[in-house]
Write a protein that binds this ligand. Sequence first.
Ligand code: MF3
Ligand code: CO
Length: 249
Amino acid sequence: MPIVLKGPEEIALMRQAGRAVAEVLGILRQEIRPGLMLKRLDEVVRREFAKRKVVPTFLDYQGYPARVCVSVNDEIVHGIPNSRILQEGDIVSLDLGATHRGFVGDAAITVAVGRISPEAERLVRVTEEALWEGIRAAKAGVRLGQISAAIQAHAEGNGFSVVREYVGHGVGRSMHEEPQVPNFGLPDRGLLLQKGMTLALEPMVTAGDWKTEKDPDGWTVRTADGSLAAHFEHTIAIIEGGAEVLTLP
Ligand code: MF3
Ligand code: CO
């Protein structure tokens, strides 16, 4: 599958999808507190997406059973919002996708539940910073590896690891388009970025080793060594002069 370039009209539709994702992630963030049952978050997404007339991209994707991925502590990505109750000191990653008139926005945040340890706080902060380092590196004429290397350098420079087995991706007319966007690699490798490319950058960073394991539920991905993980994601478009973040409120 070749890379699908987008024109201004298509990017405008992705901006609308992305805005809905960002707004609803902001609402979900407000819901996060000790005592919250995870599946409550899926109900909030159903209600808020209906209001905004956007479609949940994840629901039924390869059989995924919910509208949002909710991953707690050592869970990295693709956690299913179930009857688990959040506790003070947890960190929780929320990953959300919306489709608007056939165009997808995809974003993720990691949120603290009440007071968290200084190490957890540092992991969350460094992971978000790594995402912004990737965004800063993204512009026409540079290689994809510049993004990967920028993310990796920031995470590893702070003593953390980047997950290898899951990566960012092209996004737009479907959730997963070419190319893959690893969070590790050499800066002079990979395709040349050009105007009209739309990408989901999504560093998944762990406090320990980067190796992962999948739960028997077939979805939840966690660190093999039980260490904490954080995940931040934005959908971006390569435009004149740099990258536009499409998943902002
Ligand atoms: N942001 C995730 C991804 O890009 C969301 C996929 S979850 C799924 O892979 F359930 F829809 F698969
Ligand atoms: Co994604």
